[in-house]
Design a binder for this molecule. Sequence first.
Ligand SMILES: Nc1nc2c(ncn2[C@@H]2O[C@H](COP(=O)(O)OP(=O)(O)O)[C@@H](O)[C@H]2O)c(=O)[nH]1
Ligand SMILES: [Mg+2]
Ligand SMILES: [Zn+2]
Length: 240
Amino acid sequence: MIESVEKRRSMFFRPAKGSESKKQVLAANIDQLAAVISVMQPPLKPGLIDRFLIAAEIGGLRPVVIINKIDLGRIPILDEIEKWYAALGIEYHIISALNGDGMETLEKSLTGHKTIFAGHSGVGKSTILNRMIPGLDLKVGAISESTDKGIHTTTQIELFELPRGGYVVDSPGLKVLGLWDVQKEELDEFFPEMLEYRDSCRFTGCSHTHEPDCAVKQAVDEGRIADFRYKSYLTIYNSI
Ligand SMILES: Nc1nc2c(ncn2[C@@H]2O[C@H](COP(=O)(O)OP(=O)(O)O)[C@@H](O)[C@H]2O)c(=O)[nH]1
Ligand SMILES: [Mg+2]
Ligand SMILES: [Zn+2]
């Protein structure tokens, strides 16, 4: 029996099945979005993190970036990611759920919050939860995502209580992110490092893609804006 319905203060959603223009709200009234990715297996795609960061902002959630499987090796792009996310004030954790590296700091940062885990299948979300919650024993390495396909559109979403307070929502197989609320023209607003340059572009409403005398492109060339962030911008821009 539904006794009362609370107001939605924040939400995280994806396109509804069969109807690209409708939203399916996956979770409401959480405060953090943890973008979980792995160094490899599956390979790290910085563009995906940047999409999650935008989804977090749209949903009114504080973003946390979790880079898992550091035991498999440190790839060069990590230096860039660390440097630029630190500059942007985005919290990130480089961890190994397998050997426990970085897990203590991560657990502290999740404790007392309601966090939704988002990330491709296989990046280690269940392994992280198993490590933080004694006795949880979630199935690990399960590649079946049958719930994500076909006519059975049930999305299995679970809420887990952390031992020292707070909750984590696990959303298995979350792949698509709805960024429809974002217009091409306002995409640069989601890249705070671009804001200080865009007024210096020759054209008002510059898309920073092909225009001459673009201050954003110049900042990228001069290393004042991260290459990988600009690439994310272009990819997302072209997908809108
Ligand atoms: N090397 C390594 N493998 C990991 C780590 N975390 C998880 N895995 C492995 O990655 C696979 C997928 O893990 P799982 O937790 O099921 O990922 P999920 O789909 O995101 O829930 C499993 O084979 C795990 O053992 C890690 O930190 N290092
Ligand atoms: Mg899982
Ligand atoms: Zn420009």
